[in-house]
Structure formats: structure tokens, C-alpha cells
Write a protein that binds this ligand. Structure first.
Ligand SMILES: Cc1cc2nc3c(=O)[nH]c(=O)nc-3n(C[C@H](O)[C@H](O)[C@H](O)COP(=O)(O)OP(=O)(O)OC[C@H]3O[C@@H](n4cnc5c(N)ncnc54)[C@H](O)[C@@H]3O)c2cc1C
Length: 381
């Protein structure tokens, strides 16, 4: 490991790895098959404060520094991508509220999150606005003490078993300003009148993390739930994604490490032509390439985490580089792990095909890797 972790971080890594291997890994296949989290597992997550990693200490959270936060995401993703996603979404929403909410909103929402184990969701994408976020159509109009929101969001992670998350951070249009200046962020609670979940997507991977449509039909959100001022949404988004994109990078890194570990174990045990397949140079070279991809991803993710911690400015292109590199690497490494396991790799009984399906999502979520390359290129020129 090239990045020097503190003693405390090393201990956290060991503890979270033990928890992930003993408690999450045995259930990962079942979570993938059913697309659900049992209440027991959610309770276990809660007991380990995994829903409160980014919650400020003042409200009973752990308020983890970036490096610690990402290593926890990495270790969970090493055994179960969906579980890492569940935890990361919580962090993304808290990051947005931290970046945009005034003290009263923080007091109210973070206060609630400190007392109860509530699930969160982060809503940006719309049917006609994916990569082109600024073209979103969902709109909020002030009406007395409430904003009335109309429109829909799609592919929104959060909640489980067909149930919505308890609290969403949602970005919608307000006012008449042009382009990005009319985007505003809101906290939307699940029992808001006029708000409900629609279609629950059936998808390739990340099965435990449901992706749903959110429908706003004259949804009445208290005006105190606006994060900051009208038009602050783009700033909040930019503040948030430098951290949340790195979360996807850490998730991709964990998936790649998990698949590499599986491939190494299998290569040592599987005997063909009278020898373990790990003795064949063709397999060794594949594993060497996989190891390089994993270590390079780790260096980029933790280097950027350390930049975040040091408050380095203009970090967004670096978060894009880490997310893009680590997710492309995860796709390659997990696909090669399936190859090293041969026919077994293609079967549901082994975890590598799940890891490959989960890895694909990391190239798309939080901005596709084409969009990351656009950001990186823009920073060059
Ligand atoms: C598993 C999963 C979970 C998700 N969870 C959430 C969530 O919790 N909240 C949320 O808001 N969203 C979520 N999303 C949505 C995700 O962020 C979007 O799918 C993503 O941003 C891409 O948008 P799109 O699907 O509309 O694709 P499009 O924007 O339609 O893109 C289609 C293709 O065109 C490419 N493309 C677009 N514009 C350009 C360009 N200028 N130059 C080059 N290529 C371009 C894209 O890279 C892509 O390959 C999730 C998606 C997935 C798969």
C-alpha cells in the first residue's frame, strides 16, 4: 500500500474487513438474488454506525475524514458492491446537506438522522436530463409556506424492498434564471404529500441497491427544506460531487480488489494439466496486470482523498480522474477475474460475475466516464 495510513486507520481497516467478511460476505449472494436487505442486516449496519459515517459528531455521527470514509467504502465493496452503495448514498446526501443547508435545516435533519437510523437517497437524474444535468425539468414554485414541486426523477438509489428512502436530497429548477443558476436543492421526506416512488428498475447489477423513479405531483415541501438559497443548487452539487465521485472510485477499487483476491485464490487451487493454474505464465501475467490496475486505482483514490483532507482547491478534475480510472480498472479486473475462474466464474455460485455486473455501474453512476473525461480535458485546456 503506497499511501501511509495512520495507525488508527489501519485498525479501522482491519475491523471493517473482519465485519465485512464475517457478516456481509455470506449474505452478498442472497442480497444480489433477492434485491433486498433483511432488517437484521440493516440493524447490523446501524449498530456499526455505517449510516452515520458522514453525519457530524455534534449530531451523534462519526464525521469521518475522507481517507477513513473511503477505506470503509472500499472494504465493504470488496465483498458486496450493493452494500457499499447503500452506505455511500447516505454519505452523499449528508455531504450535500452539509454543503448547502443552513444551521436550522442541519439541526432538524441531522438531528433526526442522529436519533433514528433513516435511509437516504440523492435525486438528480431525470428521464430527459442525465449527463446534461442543467436541462432538468422538475420544477419547484413557491406557494405560501411551501414549495410545490412537479416532475420526476429516475434511477434514484436508496430505500430497499420496494420501500422509498426516508429522506431525499433532490435538485430541481426554481425561478427564471438561465442555465445552472436556477437549480436549487431540497430535502424531501418520504411522506411529503404529492410525492411517491414509481417504477422500481430491474437492472444488471447492484441488485441490493434499488433504483427507483420519484414522482412529484404538486408535492408540497416546506420552504425551510430549501438548501441555502434559490439558485444555490449548482454550487451545492459541485461541492458534493468532488467527494461523492471519489466514493464511487473507492467502491470500484473495492470491487476490483475483491475480484483480484478471488482470482488469486482460485488460481492457486485449480489444478489443470497436473499443476495449479497459477503456475501458468498466461495466468500470472493476467494477475500481474490486475494487481497493477488495483494498486494504481488505490494510489489515485487515496491521493485525492488526502488532497480533500488538505483542502486543496480545484480538486474536481482529480476526483474525476480517480473515479474514471478506478471504475475502468474495476471493469477490466472483474472481467479478467471471471476469465481466470473459467466456467465457474460465469456461474452465480461464485462472486466474481456479481462483482463484474456491479463494476459496470461504477462507470455510469455519478456521471459517466465520458463526462469525467470531458471534465479532465477541460481542466487541461
Ligand atoms: C446503478 C445506478 C444507480 C444510479 N443512482 C442514481 C442516484 O442515486 N441518483 C441520481 O440522480 N442518478 C442515479 N443514477 C443515474 C446516473 O447518474 C445516470 O445514468 C448517468 O449520469 C448518465 O445519465 P443517462 O443515463 O441519462 O445517460 P445519457 O446522459 O443519456 O448518456 C448516454 C451516453 O452518452 C454519453 N454522453 C452524453 N453526453 C456526452 C458528451 N457530451 N460527450 C460524450 N459522451 C456523452 C454518456 O457518457 C453515455 O455513454 C444511477 C445510475 C445507475 C446505473
Amino acid at each position: 500500500m503506497m499511501i501511509q495510513l495512520t495507525k488508527e486507520q489501519e485498525i479501522i481497516r482491519q475491523e471493517i474487513r473482519k465485519f465485512a467478511e464475517e457478516k456481509i460476505a455470506p449474505l452478498a449472494g442472497e442480497i444480489d438474488k433477492t434485491g433486498k436487505y433483511s432488517s437484521e442486516l440493516l440493524e447490523l449496519f446501524a449498530e456499526h454506525d455505517l449510516f452515520k459515517l458522514k453525519l457530524p459528531e455534534k449530531y451523534g455521527g462519526l464525521e469521518e475524514e475522507p481517507t477513513t470514509y473511503y477505506l470503509i467504502i472500499e472494504e465493504i465493496a470488496r465483498v458486496c458492491g450493493s452494500s457499499a452503495m447503500f452506505v455511500a448514498i447516505q454519505g452523499s446526501c449528508m455531504t450535500s446537506i452539509r454543503a448547502g443547508g443552513d444551521e436550522q435545516l442541519k439541526e432538524r435533519v441531522f438531528g433526526k438522522l442522529g436519533k433514528e437510523n433513516l435511509l437516504m437517497g440523492w435525486a438528480l437524474t431525470e428521464p430527459n436530463a442525465g449527463s446534461d444535468v442543467a436541462s432538468m425539468e422538475t420544477r419547484a414554485v413557491l406557494d405560501g409556506d411551501h414549495y410545490v414541486i412537479n416532475g420526476s426523477k429516475c434511477f434514484i438509489s436508496g430505500g430497499t424492498g420496494g420501500q422509498p428512502a426516508d429522506i431525499y436530497t433532490a435538485f430541481v429548477k426554481t425561478g427564471n434564471a438561465k442555465g445552472k443558476k436556477n437549480i436549487s436543492g431540497f430535502v424531501v421526506e418520504k411522506d411529503t404529500p404529492g410525492f411517491r416512488i414509481g417504477k422500481i428498475e430491474s437492472k444488471l447489477g447492484m441488485h441490493g441497491s434499488q433504483a427507483v423513479e420519484l414522482i412529484f405531483k404538486d408535492a408540497r415541501v416546506p420552504k425551510e427544506n430549501l438548501m441555502g438559497k434559490e439558485g444555490d443548487g449548482w454550487r451545492i452539487l459541485m461541492e458534493s460531487i468532488k467527494e461523492t465521485r471519489l466514493g464511487i472510485g473507492a467502491m470500484a477499487l473495492g470491487l476490483a480488489q475483491g475480484a483480484l483476491d478471488q482470482a488469486i485464490n482460485h488460481a492457486k487451487q485449480r489444478v489443470q494439466f497436473g499443476r495449479p493454474i497459477s503456475e501458468f505464465q498466461g495466468i500470472q501475467f493476467m494477475l500481474a496486470d490486475m494487481k497493477m490496475q488495483v494498486e494504481a486505482s488505490r494510489a489515485m483514490v487515496y491521493q485525492t482523498a488526502s488532497m480533500l483532507e488538505r483542502g486543496v482547491k480545484n480538486i474536481l478534475p482529480y476526483a474525476s480522474m480517480a473515479k474514471c480510472f478506478a471504475s475502468d480498472a474495476a471493469m477490466k479486473v472483474t472481467t479478467d477475474a471471471v476469465q481466470i475462474l473459467g466456467g465457474s466464474g460465469y456461474m452465480h455460485d461464485y462472486p466474481v460475475e456479481r462483482m463484474m455486473r456491479d463494476a459496470k455501474a461504477t462507470q455510469i453512476m455519478e456521471g459517466t466516464n465520458q463526462i469525467q473525461r470531458l471534465i479532465i480535458a477541460k481542466s487541461i485546456f
